[in-house]
Design a protein around this ligand. Structure first.
Ligand code: KIV
Length: 276
């Protein structure tokens, strides 16, 4: 196996770095990223060999009970980033800068990113293209690796008018220019969310840095899915791009119902669960 045991399909003893991800792109190797917001899933995904864990602001709709990611604050994200960083030893941990924590100025972005780095993140993610270049430049100059995020950027749901496919028609060229600008500013990777597959493929070919797709087809260097979606914990069919790899919603629902029945019927606790 090569660098970091091929993004740790094999045994590794250190954390994945942004350099490993670049080398993977150079070798044409694909990899998977997922989200994590807590100790148990972080440790499990780290052990399962997921090279990059995103402490996404999707915590808003998956942990904190908001309808969108817009209300999520830096104060709410910091403990989640700390928990995931503490519980992993190999996955690269990326903290997702929430809405309002970086758009104000490059200095605001740096102060927010420092909060994540000081609780154990190895990189941060922020949404937007050319409008956030000064932020990306200052972060990278200051030693903070930055992951960009283009296409459907959920923090802009109110200006985008909903969760719609982005990058169709003329928007496609603008998205490519944004991706190139992020790369020039020093970003180490770019998420492409819900854009046509042929556009994502073009961006992936034009960029030297890795692209990470979500609803962007198979032409990206890497893929990301929100863990509660891929594990089937979130309700409903979900978006078209989603593949559910398990049905945790049914499994957990049945488990708690059976537990409650057992308690009601006096089957739990049984003698073997007691202490003499
Ligand atoms: O917050 C998040 O989970 C994300 C991914 C969907 C890329 O930004």
């Amino acid at each position: 196996m090569t660098e970091l045991a091929s993004l740790y399909g094999g045994i590794t003893t250190r954390r994945v770095t942004v350099r490993d991800l670049q080398l993977a792109k150079d070798r044409g190797e694909r990899w998977a990223m997922t989200t994590s917001y807590d100790m148990l899933t972080a440790a499990l995904f780290d052990e399962a060999g997921i090279p990059v864990l995103l402490v996404g602001d999707s915590a808003g709709n998956n942990v904190l009970g908001y309808e969108t990611t817009v209300p999520v604050t830096l104060e709410e994200m910091v403990p989640l980033v700390r928990a995931v960083a503490r519980s992993t030893s190999r996955s690269l941990v990326v903290g997702d800068l929430p809405f309002g924590s970086y758009q104000g100025s490059p200095e605001q972005a740096l102060s927010s990113a420092v909060r994540f780095m000081q609780v154990g993140a190895q990189a941060v993610k922020l949404e937007g293209g050319r409008r956030v270049l000064p932020q990306v430049e200052l972060l990278v100059e200051s030693g903070v690796p930055v992951m960009g995020h283009l296409g459907l950027t959920p923090q802009s749901v109110n200006t985008l008018g909903g969760y719609r496919v982005q990058g169709r028609g003329d928007q496609g060229d603008r998205l490519i220019q944004d991706a190139l600008a992020l790369q020039d500013a020093g970003a180490f990777a770019v998420v492409l969310e819900v854009v046509p597959g042929d556009l994502a493929e073009r961006v992936t070919k034009e960029l030297a840095i890795p692209t990470i797709g979500i609803g962007a087809g198979a032409g990206c260097d890497a893929q990301v899915l929100v863990w509660t979606d891929l594990a089937g914990l979130t309700p409903g069919p979900g978006p078209k791009f989603l593949k559910r790899y398990a049905d945790l919603r049914t499994v957990l629902g049945e488990a708690v119902r059976e537990y409650a029945d057992d308690v009601r019927e006096g089957r739990y606790p049984a003698p073997e669960h007691g202490y003499s």
